[in-house]
Design a protein around this ligand. Structure first.
Ligand SMILES: [Mn+2]
Length: 312
């Protein structure tokens, strides 16, 4: 059942033990949104597997107690936050759940008790709307969590809209802190192993020219997301980074502004390639991921081909 922001409180209020669950490798948008909702409506904050580096930094900054790999059976309702495909929840067994999300994939809507899933630059904006509609008290920490989520998901306001700026301004006022304080949370030094991995991924990348479009593919065993982002930042119109994890292959993809503008939809491509290979995928137009069975090289090739078909 689709609900609107104002109806969230009444719906979640029907349950006693509520878990606000973040996806695997939870980022600041997931952590901040789930934290603010759990503080406003009561419940446990949890995440599958682990937090991302920045997710961890945010949790620490706002004193969020994130339960790693909570047990589904301990709760009456699981509110899945910032998550659109089941693979992002690893082995967590979803039973009775609700969904608050801003991704394109609608696969989790069908079985949800209730959901709010609409396109927006971050889940944090939706969570903020819920809090405002519910007239919930907003602490400094809740506002900080949401603002850092917005900053992180919009790439520091590079992908923005009037709504984003409005929400950010409101959160600064509600939290009573400076914008610099929020930025500070995200400025954590990058460790050498990550830098080396990303540099290796970049130097090993294969560049494919398709008219004026450049598609970059690379293999790496971790940091797929950061590597794809690095390639896109360096000028690739589309970048795919693949890593092997046991029998599974994970691919992260990023697209530049132009590619997204002409309609290249990475969420669609990664969903398709994922499903064709016994897995799943999804995300946003310009940033998506998949997890599937197969060799990185073959799956990268499939992704590359699909992107090349779409680029004019
Ligand atoms: Mn998000």
């Amino acid at each position: 059942m689709r609900i609107c922001e104002a109806e969230f409180g009444a719906n979640v209020g029907k349950y006693h033990k509520v878990l606000y669950l973040c996806h695997r490798n939870a980022d600041p948008d997931a952590v901040g949104s789930a934290f603010a909702l759990s503080q406003a409506f009561g419940g446990t904050l949890g995440a599958v597997d682990d937090l991302s580096r920045t997710g961890e930094a945010l949790a620490e900054a706002i004193g969020a107690d994130v339960k790693i790999d909570p047990k589904a059976e301990d709760y009456d309702l699981v509110v899945v936050v910032d998550t659109s495909v089941r693979i992002q929840l690893g082995s967590f067994r979803l039973a009775r759940y609700a969904l608050i999300d801003h991704h394109q994939d609608i696969g989790l809507q069908h079985d949800a008790e209730f959901y709010i899933q609409r396109p927006s630059k971050s889940t944090a904006e939706i969570a903020w709307e819920i809090l405002k509609e519910s007239k919930a008290q907003t602490s400094r920490e809740m506002a900080m969590g949401l603002l850092v989520g917005i900053i992180s998901d919009t790439g520091r306001f590079r992908r923005s809209s009037p709504t984003v700026f409005r929400a950010a301004a409101e959160l600064l006022e509600a939290g009573g802190f400076e914008y610099e304080d929020a930025l500070q949370v995200l400025s954590i030094p990058v460790d050498a192993s990550r830098k080396i991995a990303i540099l290796k991924a970049v130097t090993r990348a294969k560049i494919d020219r398709h008219g004026d479009w450049l598609i970059a593919t690379t293999e790496i065993n971790s940091f797929e997301g950061s590597s794809a982002m690095a390639l896109a930042d360096l000028g690739a119109d589309v970048a795919f980074a693949a890593g092997k994890h046991g029998d599974l292959c994970r691919i992260s993809a990023r697209a530049g502004r132009e590619a997204a503008r002409i309609g290249l939809n990475l969420a669609e491509i990664l969903c398709e390639v994922g499903k064709n290979n016994g897995g799943n995928g999804g995300g946003h137009m310009a940033a998506a991921a998949l997890e599937a069975v197969g060799e990185p090289r073959a799956l990268l090739e499939e992704c590359r081909k699909r992107a090349a078909e779409i680029l004019p």
